[in-house]
Design a protein around this ligand. Structure first.
Ligand code: 5GP
Ligand code: MN
Length: 339
């Protein structure tokens, strides 16, 4: 069977179009949103493996670096954290899992318009920020799923590091194949990855284990702190810098905690608010089904997906929590009324 036949029919045209654009790139800077998660890193690594197979020069860039929680993934090249220390001067860019220049980090946001670029993403946003080609479809569970389609359209089999990278993105963004975005296409792609030798269970095991005691202490502290608001339909938990310090935990080690709060009976929105600086807090929102947290995040200048979104509020914790709960409570009431 030709590899392109493994791309869902609805995406074949886009996959071939974007594959052509990707084939035309060389000396490529590969980047994604700051604070890499499994899909951002997975789709970047997948892109690297594709350029490696095509014989192109490429470099992986993320200003916030490689999170220790994801350092088990074999990468096709070193990940660079500064544009001034790259192995070559990039002549083009592939922008992944990212919907606005600002989310690329300040350094790249300032110069991204200077490069011919391709943007591949599954966030619900605009038409894309690529100057050469864009493929933005919120129908995809993960950007890594789209990268797999691009690879297949280029005739690249999904094996080795490429398969692992795609799988990591899928596992992360489907919450281990549990979230509502876990479509038949996702399972079909997983079957293909498994036949190509990818051990999805091993990757999951690596993602789910290796916890530091600092992480255990932080989670136990925060599980004890979560409280209910907005008629017990919102779970909210503030995290202070001193929590991270005292527990010797990193912000990456918060990954997944907010999903636990969503499990509380009656809770429609789970919210985690982490103090980044004196007057700046990062928030994470999670929901299920029709409850749209992306709209709530967007109202606060952030973004994301319907059931997983985030952003930053430039206020001290107490004020940030007030603004967050007010916005979430009002939006939830409006969404409920509109049903
Ligand atoms: P998390 O809560 O895990 O940081 O992010 C959940 C989702 O929201 C991800 O898709 C992420 O890309 C998006 N997101 C998180 N923070 C921001 C933000 O500050 N701005 C935008 N536009 N999206 C964000
Ligand atoms: Mn993603």
């Amino acid at each position: 069977m030709p590899l392109i036949d493994a791309v869902p029919e609805k995406w074949r045209g886009d996959a071939l179009r974007v594959a052509d654009a990707v084939r035309g790139l060389d000396r490529v800077l590969i980047a994604a949103h700051v604070n890499l998660d499994g899909d951002a890193l997975g789709s970047m690594a997948a892109a690297g493996w594709i350029f490696h197979a095509l014989g192109r020069e490429f470099t992986l860039y993320s200003p916030t670096g490689l999170p220790a929680t994801l350092d088990f993934l074999p990468l096709p090249a070193k990940l660079h954290t500064s544009l001034s220390h790259l192995p070559f001067a990039p002549e083009s860019a592939l922008l992944l899992d990212c919907d606005t220049p600002g989310r690329l980090g300040r350094e790249l946001a300032a110069c991204v318009a200077d490069f011919p670029s391709v943007n591949i993403d599954h966030h619900l946003g605009g038409p894309g920020m690529g100057t050469v080609a864009n493929w933005v479809t919120p129908d995809a569970a993960a950007t890594a799923q789209l990268m797999a389609c691009v690879a297949l359209a280029l005739g690249e089999p999904l094996t080795g590091g490429l398969a692992d990278s795609v799988a990591l993105g899928l596992i992360t963004d489907t919450g281990g194949f549990c979230h509502g975005n876990t479509s038949a296409d996702v399972f079909e792609l997983c079957a293909l990855l498994t036949r190509g030798g990818c051990r999805i269970a091993d990757l999951r095991e690596q993602l789910d284990s290796g916890w530091s005691m600092g992480r255990v202490h932080l989670w136990s502290r925060l599980l004890g702190r979560v409280r209910l608001a907005c008629d017990e339909r919102v779970a909210v938990c503030p995290v202070f810098r001193e929590d991270m310090r005292e527990c010797h935990a990193t912000k990456e080690e918060m990954e997944g905690l907010v999903d636990w709060f969503r499990r509380i009976k009656g809770v429609r929105v789970a919210a985690l608010l982490r103090e980044e600086r004196e007057e700046s807090c990062k928030f994470s929102l999670r929901s299920r089904g029709w409850v749209d947290v992306r709209a709530m995040a967007q109202a606060l200048g952030g973004g994301g997906h319907r059931n997983a979104a985030g952003g930053t509020i430039d206020l001290p914790m107490a004020a940030a929590e007030g603004v967050l709960l007010e916005t979430v409570g009002a939006a939830l009431a409006a969404q409920e009324a509109a049903r």
